[in-house]
Design a protein around this ligand. Structure first.
Ligand SMILES: [Zn+2]
Length: 394
């Protein structure tokens, strides 16, 4: 009998790895490492930066631009937005998120927790989940630890995130502790539900719980210890880049790095600026995502190997040079700063496409440099160079 989809054999049990992580080289003086993350939709070289495709699209770029021209191996999509529109059942009915958005490589979806707390109105948090009001039409919805796993399984995500409570900054230790205990309860519920669901699903999906604890090292450590007991395929560190000073974000990563199992990938959520990427890698981080390259591109801020270019500046009016002469992207091969400035000032949509392509290329190039430096044993030198140039360059 003809089947539209191949059935993968054998059926995988939840206690077997859903993704495999191989460490190929480690830096002898920092915690940096480079490796391969094998997912159901391809192998990813780590450390990796994941461009953000909030609405199942990286704004301004086609999937061909991303996969073929830029070589992106993994994208992040947003459960909150895709849950509200077009909805998990619609996406499941259309063959899952990969087929819906025509994306051949891996997809990580966040749990929606962060957006519920930052975007939606009328939130009511209970131990069972969170009731929230859609920012689109005011309709009421509930996210539970179980329902967000179900939504992400309907999407067919390669990496699923657990629902977490992400506090603002700053909050009191008492508030952070309560919030953390809730996140831990939710993680256990999500993990139990995920294990039960996987028993009936032939495809593979990894689940990452999220370390929280605001800016308190003792809570961060408690969080990492409790989540490590779940023995998941990877771990995320959340609640960073919520307005805290950057040294504090780094301290929070350091607080948990030696607790999280060294043989699993670690994902720092929502970071960072170009000069910060190597800092996270030096602290044992393997995966990062951020809207900065795409959002800043649209706002006229372009990242280069020589620092930032704010394209609207009058000094670029007659500038025939590319954004970055060291950049291999199509935008830099074909267009001048003067032309891009003109497109930006005229509000042309081509500007967003060209600028985003360049900024994403810049982030991917930084990650390539970092991986190469770890492999060749020169990562400490690379980090020193980044630190000495970042103050004036970024
Ligand atoms: Zn470029």
């Amino acid at each position: 009998m003809f089947r539209a989809y191949p059935i993968l054999l054998p059926r995988l049990q939840s206690n077997l790895p859903q993704i495999a992580f191989e460490i190929l080289a480690e830096c002898p003086t920092t915690r940096a490492r480079t490796g391969l993350l094998h997912t159901p939709h391809g192998t990813i070289e780590t450390p990796v930066f994941m461009p953000v495709g909030t609405q199942a699209t990286v704004k301004g770029l086609s999937q061909r631009d991303l996969a073929e021209d830029l070589g992106v191996k993994i994208l992040l999509a947003n459960t909150y937005h895709l849950f509200l529109r077009p909805g998990p059942e619609t996406i499941r009915g259309l063959g899952g998120l990969h087929r819906f958005m025509s994306w051949p490589n891996a997809i990580l979806t966040d749990s929606g927790g962060y957006q519920v707390f930052s975007l939606s109105g009328l939130r009511k948090i209970t131990d069972r989940g969170v009731v929230f009001q859609s920012h689109l039409d005011g309709s009421l919805h509930t996210f539970t630890p179980e329902s967000t796993v179900d939504a992400q399984l309907a999407f067919g995500s390669d990496i699923i995130m657990v629902l977490d409570d992400c506090p603002e900054y700053p909050v009191s230790h008492e508030y952070a502790r309560e919030s953390l205990e809730r996140t831990l309860r939710w993680a256990r519920l999500a993990h139990g539900h995920y294990c039960r669901r996987l028993a009936d699903i032939p495809t593979r999906h990894a689940l990452f719980p999220i370390v929280q604890g605001s800016m308190f090292p003792d809570l961060r450590r408690r969080s990492a210890e409790a989540l490590t007991a779940l023995e998941t395929d990877g771990y995320a560190i959340g609640g960073l880049s919520v307005g805290e000073p950057r040294p504090l974000s780094m301290e929070m990563v350091e607080a948990t790095e030696d607790i999280l199992p060294r043989n699993r990938p670690r994902y720092a959520m929502g970071v960072g600026m170009p000069h910060e990427l190597a800092e996270y890698v030096a602290r044992g981080i393997d995966m990062m995502d951020c809207v900065l390259p795409s959002r800043n591109a649209r706002n006229g801020c372009l990242f280069t190997s020589q620092g930032r270019v704010v394209i609207k500046h009058a000094r670029y009016k007659d500038d025939p040079q590319p954004i970055d002469e060291n950049c291999p992207c199509y935008t830099c091969a074909a267009y001048s700063r003067a032309y891009l400035r003109h497109l930006f000032l005229a509000g042309e949509i081509l500007y967003a496409a060209l600028a985003t392509r360049h900024n994403v290329q810049r982030y991917l190039d930084i990650m390539r440099e970092i991986r190469q430096a770890i492999r060749s044993g020169s990562f400490p030198d690379y980090l020193r160079t980044v630190r000495s140039t970042s103050e004036d360059a970024e």
